[in-house]
Design a protein around this ligand. Structure first.
Ligand SMILES: [Zn+2]
Length: 180
Protein backbone atom coordinates (compact mmCIF):
# COMPACT_ATOMS: atom_id res chain seq x y z
CA UNK A 1 0.00 0.00 0.00
CA UNK A 2 1.50 3.05 -0.43
CA UNK A 3 1.77 6.63 -0.98
CA UNK A 4 4.82 7.66 -2.94
CA UNK A 5 7.04 9.62 -0.63
CA UNK A 6 6.73 12.62 -2.94
CA UNK A 7 2.98 12.77 -2.24
CA UNK A 8 3.06 11.93 1.46
CA UNK A 9 1.43 14.78 3.33
CA UNK A 10 3.69 16.73 5.62
CA UNK A 11 2.50 19.51 7.89
CA UNK A 12 5.23 21.70 6.38
CA UNK A 13 2.99 21.90 3.30
CA UNK A 14 0.74 24.19 5.30
CA UNK A 15 3.69 26.55 5.05
CA UNK A 16 4.58 29.81 6.73
CA UNK A 17 1.42 31.71 5.90
CA UNK A 18 2.45 34.89 7.69
CA UNK A 19 5.60 35.02 5.58
CA UNK A 20 3.95 34.05 2.31
CA UNK A 21 0.80 36.16 2.51
CA UNK A 22 1.70 39.41 4.25
CA UNK A 23 -1.24 41.24 2.65
CA UNK A 24 -3.86 38.51 2.32
CA UNK A 25 -3.18 36.61 5.54
CA UNK A 26 -4.58 33.18 6.48
CA UNK A 27 -8.19 33.71 5.39
CA UNK A 28 -9.96 33.18 2.07
CA UNK A 29 -13.58 33.06 1.02
CA UNK A 30 -15.30 29.78 1.94
CA UNK A 31 -16.59 29.60 -1.65
CA UNK A 32 -12.99 28.91 -2.76
CA UNK A 33 -12.71 25.91 -0.43
CA UNK A 34 -16.02 24.52 -1.65
CA UNK A 35 -15.05 25.16 -5.25
CA UNK A 36 -11.96 23.03 -4.67
CA UNK A 37 -13.68 20.28 -2.73
CA UNK A 38 -16.60 19.80 -5.09
CA UNK A 39 -14.59 20.00 -8.30
CA UNK A 40 -12.08 17.54 -6.86
CA UNK A 41 -15.02 15.30 -5.97
CA UNK A 42 -16.34 15.59 -9.52
CA UNK A 43 -12.95 14.72 -10.99
CA UNK A 44 -12.51 11.67 -8.74
CA UNK A 45 -16.11 10.57 -9.33
CA UNK A 46 -15.72 10.88 -13.11
CA UNK A 47 -12.72 8.59 -13.02
CA UNK A 48 -13.58 6.15 -10.24
CA UNK A 49 -17.29 6.47 -9.51
CA UNK A 50 -19.33 7.90 -6.66
CA UNK A 51 -18.47 5.37 -3.96
CA UNK A 52 -14.76 5.60 -4.58
CA UNK A 53 -14.94 9.40 -4.54
CA UNK A 54 -16.65 9.26 -1.15
CA UNK A 55 -14.10 6.81 0.12
CA UNK A 56 -11.14 8.84 -1.08
CA UNK A 57 -12.52 12.03 0.47
CA UNK A 58 -12.95 10.12 3.73
CA UNK A 59 -9.36 8.85 3.52
CA UNK A 60 -8.05 12.36 2.93
CA UNK A 61 -10.10 13.65 5.85
CA UNK A 62 -8.67 10.92 8.04
CA UNK A 63 -5.11 12.00 7.25
CA UNK A 64 -6.07 15.62 7.83
CA UNK A 65 -7.59 14.77 11.22
CA UNK A 66 -4.52 12.79 12.28
CA UNK A 67 -2.15 15.56 11.29
CA UNK A 68 -4.39 18.27 12.73
CA UNK A 69 -4.36 16.42 16.04
CA UNK A 70 -0.60 15.91 15.92
CA UNK A 71 0.26 19.48 14.94
CA UNK A 72 -2.47 21.72 16.36
CA UNK A 73 -3.79 19.95 19.45
CA UNK A 74 -2.24 18.86 22.71
CA UNK A 75 -2.88 15.14 23.18
CA UNK A 76 -1.33 15.10 26.66
CA UNK A 77 -4.55 16.04 28.42
CA UNK A 78 -7.67 14.27 29.57
CA UNK A 79 -10.60 13.79 27.22
CA UNK A 80 -12.59 16.78 28.45
CA UNK A 81 -9.60 19.07 28.10
CA UNK A 82 -8.83 17.66 24.67
CA UNK A 83 -12.40 18.15 23.44
CA UNK A 84 -12.47 21.69 24.83
CA UNK A 85 -9.31 22.54 22.91
CA UNK A 86 -10.65 20.86 19.76
CA UNK A 87 -13.87 22.90 20.01
CA UNK A 88 -11.89 26.09 20.47
CA UNK A 89 -9.57 25.43 17.51
CA UNK A 90 -12.39 24.40 15.18
CA UNK A 91 -14.25 27.58 16.01
CA UNK A 92 -11.17 29.80 15.86
CA UNK A 93 -10.15 28.39 12.47
CA UNK A 94 -13.70 28.66 11.13
CA UNK A 95 -14.20 24.92 10.62
CA UNK A 96 -17.42 24.56 12.57
CA UNK A 97 -19.07 24.55 15.96
CA UNK A 98 -18.52 21.20 17.63
CA UNK A 99 -20.80 19.81 20.31
CA UNK A 100 -20.65 16.40 21.96
CA UNK A 101 -24.20 15.14 22.40
CA UNK A 102 -23.41 11.74 23.88
CA UNK A 103 -20.21 10.12 25.04
CA UNK A 104 -19.86 6.56 26.24
CA UNK A 105 -16.30 6.52 27.51
CA UNK A 106 -16.32 2.78 28.12
CA UNK A 107 -17.39 1.74 24.66
CA UNK A 108 -15.83 4.81 23.07
CA UNK A 109 -19.06 5.64 21.24
CA UNK A 110 -19.90 9.25 20.61
CA UNK A 111 -22.59 11.31 18.99
CA UNK A 112 -21.42 14.74 18.06
CA UNK A 113 -22.63 17.61 15.95
CA UNK A 114 -20.82 20.18 13.85
CA UNK A 115 -22.81 23.35 13.21
CA UNK A 116 -22.05 25.86 10.46
CA UNK A 117 -19.97 23.14 8.86
CA UNK A 118 -17.41 24.07 6.20
CA UNK A 119 -18.50 21.43 3.73
CA UNK A 120 -22.26 21.63 3.65
CA UNK A 121 -23.89 24.48 5.57
CA UNK A 122 -26.18 26.28 3.17
CA UNK A 123 -26.00 23.70 0.39
CA UNK A 124 -29.15 22.66 -1.43
CA UNK A 125 -30.89 19.64 0.09
CA UNK A 126 -29.97 16.65 -2.07
CA UNK A 127 -31.29 13.90 0.21
CA UNK A 128 -27.97 12.31 1.14
CA UNK A 129 -25.07 13.26 3.38
CA UNK A 130 -22.04 14.91 1.77
CA UNK A 131 -19.55 15.32 4.61
CA UNK A 132 -17.32 12.31 4.02
CA UNK A 133 -14.25 14.48 4.49
CA UNK A 134 -15.54 15.40 7.94
CA UNK A 135 -16.26 11.75 8.73
CA UNK A 136 -12.62 11.00 8.09
CA UNK A 137 -11.41 14.11 9.91
CA UNK A 138 -13.30 13.25 13.09
CA UNK A 139 -12.11 9.63 12.99
CA UNK A 140 -8.55 10.85 12.41
CA UNK A 141 -8.53 13.31 15.31
CA UNK A 142 -9.95 10.78 17.77
CA UNK A 143 -7.76 8.02 16.38
CA UNK A 144 -4.58 9.99 16.84
CA UNK A 145 -5.60 11.10 20.32
CA UNK A 146 -6.56 7.62 21.59
CA UNK A 147 -4.27 5.42 19.49
CA UNK A 148 -7.35 3.44 18.38
CA UNK A 149 -9.10 3.30 15.02
CA UNK A 150 -12.48 5.02 14.74
CA UNK A 151 -15.25 5.22 12.19
CA UNK A 152 -17.47 8.27 11.98
CA UNK A 153 -20.74 8.11 10.09
CA UNK A 154 -22.69 11.22 9.28
CA UNK A 155 -26.34 10.64 10.12
CA UNK A 156 -27.73 14.15 9.62
CA UNK A 157 -26.42 16.83 7.28
CA UNK A 158 -27.53 20.16 5.86
CA UNK A 159 -27.75 18.28 2.56
CA UNK A 160 -30.35 15.93 4.10
CA UNK A 161 -32.41 18.86 5.32
CA UNK A 162 -31.00 19.23 8.86
CA UNK A 163 -29.42 22.40 10.17
CA UNK A 164 -26.40 20.74 11.70
CA UNK A 165 -24.24 17.77 10.80
CA UNK A 166 -24.52 14.90 13.25
CA UNK A 167 -21.99 12.10 13.42
CA UNK A 168 -22.13 8.72 15.07
CA UNK A 169 -18.61 7.70 16.07
CA UNK A 170 -17.63 4.17 17.04
CA UNK A 171 -14.50 2.11 17.31
CA UNK A 172 -13.64 0.65 13.92
CA UNK A 173 -14.46 -2.99 13.44
CA UNK A 174 -11.55 -5.36 12.91
CA UNK A 175 -12.26 -5.92 9.23
CA UNK A 176 -12.63 -2.24 8.54
CA UNK A 177 -16.27 -2.61 7.52
CA UNK A 178 -18.83 -0.16 8.74
CA UNK A 179 -19.45 -0.79 12.41
CA UNK A 180 -23.00 -0.67 13.65
ZN1 LIG B 1 -22.96 17.64 6.54
Amino acid sequence: MGTDSCCRFNWKQVGDIALGRPHLGPMMHLAVYRLMQYTLREAICARYGHDEASDLLRSAGLRAGEEFCANVLNSDQDFNGFVAELQEKLREMGVGILRIEKADMEKLNFTLTVGEDLDCSGLPVVGHTVCEYDEGFIAGVLGRYTGKAFEAKEVDCWATGERTCRFSVTLATADGADGK
